[in-house]
Write a protein that binds this ligand. Structure first.
Ligand code: NAD
Length: 351
């Protein structure tokens, strides 16, 4: 099978971490007989600096042709003037919309060797393995906005089909895991949440009868994520609740540099990126943690290239390198640390 991967390094540490992920994809792809080709393009501040919009037309066109997109991060102080005509982050929002990636998957599985890095007690984290499925292209972030001198409004809107497709995505994932689905809403207050609950109940009953479905109010979910995180398997939720809960859940793993994400649409095409930003404070120093991007590359193998063995090999290699005690500076706690390239080398050596 031949597949084109669009690589969008972006800004700050983006190029440093995507470089390592591409090296790993090349090695694993070859081993599994995937004929991968990689094409790089500009996005974000790097595109603005080159005289383009934050999502240049050529980049959008490349991503539309590609089987998957691997992205670093966008943004930084250089482009953060509130009065600026163009902002790097708009490039990413436009890309998600162009690709129609409506489901954002964030697996949270704290590494056994890094439990001390989380602010939570290690005994709460031992068996945590959560997949958060966040609706990415609807809800209050995309609703109509109004503003007068004294009043502002943001409309929250969900259509039945938008809920059905994200619940199906979560249901399919739950089937391959512990078969427990928690749907998070605010049905005691919000009409969109009442529709969400109704549709979720119906889709699970009709299409995923083998799953255990629990409805949970978002405020309770925020609490239970900290008090009993190991009790969750798959969480499905709407855009804004997912945005907040996934950042909360990321702290279970200990560092921003560890967590990957996949954003998926209907046709298997996906956008893969670490959850962290461009980390301008450490950019260009070669010390960024590449784990989140390497693990995003594993998700790319799993969800867009349908190559589960390759995904597992990457995950196992990253895990083995952490087990062996290698740490980038964000996790070294003042101890010995290795740079981005050395960490990538160690993962390649394992592979
Ligand atoms: P950030 O995630 O870039 O950094 C937060 C902190 O975590 C920093 O101290 C940074 O050094 C550290 N960190 C992040 N990733 C790391 C890694 N891989 N290894 C080691 N340390 C790491 O968030 P921020 O500082 O709030 O944002 C910086 C810029 O990134 C802003 O312009 C923001 O808009 C942008 N941003 C982009 C994305 C994206 O592209 N998806 C996401 C979030 C923020």
């Amino acid at each position: 099978m031949a597949a084109l991967i669009a690589v969008l390094p972006g800004d700050g540490i983006g190029p440093e971490v995507t470089r390592e992920a591409q090296r790993v994809l090349e090695v694993v792809g070859e081993r599994h007989g995937l004929e991968l080709t990689f094409e790089e393009a500009l996005i974000g501040g790097a595109a603005i600096d080159a005289g383009h919009p934050p999502l240049p037309a050529e980049t959008a066109e490349l991503c539309a042709r590609a089987a998957a997109v691997l992205l670093g991060a966008v943004g930084g102080p250089k482009w953060s003037d509130p009065g600026a005509a163009q902002r790097p982050e708009q490039g990413l929002l436009d890309l998600r919309a162009t690709l129609g990636v409506y489901a954002n998957l964030r697996p949270v599985r704290p590494h056994p060797a890094l439990l001390a890095a989380s602010p939570l007690r290690p005994e709460l984290l031992a068996d945590v393995d959560i997949m958060v499925v966040r609706e990415l292209t609807g809800g209050i972030y995309f609703g109509r906005k109004t503003r007068s001198e004294s009043v502002a409004t943001d409309e929250c809107r969900y259509a039945v089909e938008e809920i059905e497709r994200i619940v199906r995505m979560a249901g399919r994932l739950a089937q391959t895991r512990q078969r427990r689905l928690v749907s998070v809403d605010k049905a005691n207050v919000l009409e969109t949440s009442r529709l969400w609950r109704e549709v979720t109940t119906r889709v699970v009953a009709e299409e995923f009868p083998e799953l255990t479905l629990e409805h949970m109010l978002v405020d309770a979910a925020a609490m239970h994520l900290l008090s009993r995180p190991a009790s969750f398997d798959v969480i499905v939720t709407e855009n804004m609740f997912g945005d907040i809960l996934t950042d909360e859940a990321s702290m279970l793993a200990g560092s921003m540099g560890l967590l990957p994400s996949a954003s998926l649409g209907e046709d298997g095409r996906g956008l893969y990126e670490p959850i962290h930003g461009s980390a301008p404070d450490i950019a260009g120093q070669g010390i960024a943690n590449p784990c989140a991007t390497l693990l995003s590359a594993a998700l790319l193998m799993r969800h867009s290239l349908d190559c589960e063995p390759a995904a597992r090999e990457i995950e196992a290699a990253v895990s083995a390198v952490l087990d062996a005690g290698l740490r980038t500076a964000d996790l070294a706690r003042g101890g010995e640390s290795v740079g981005t390239r050395a960490f990538g080398d160690a993962v390649l050596a394992r592979l």
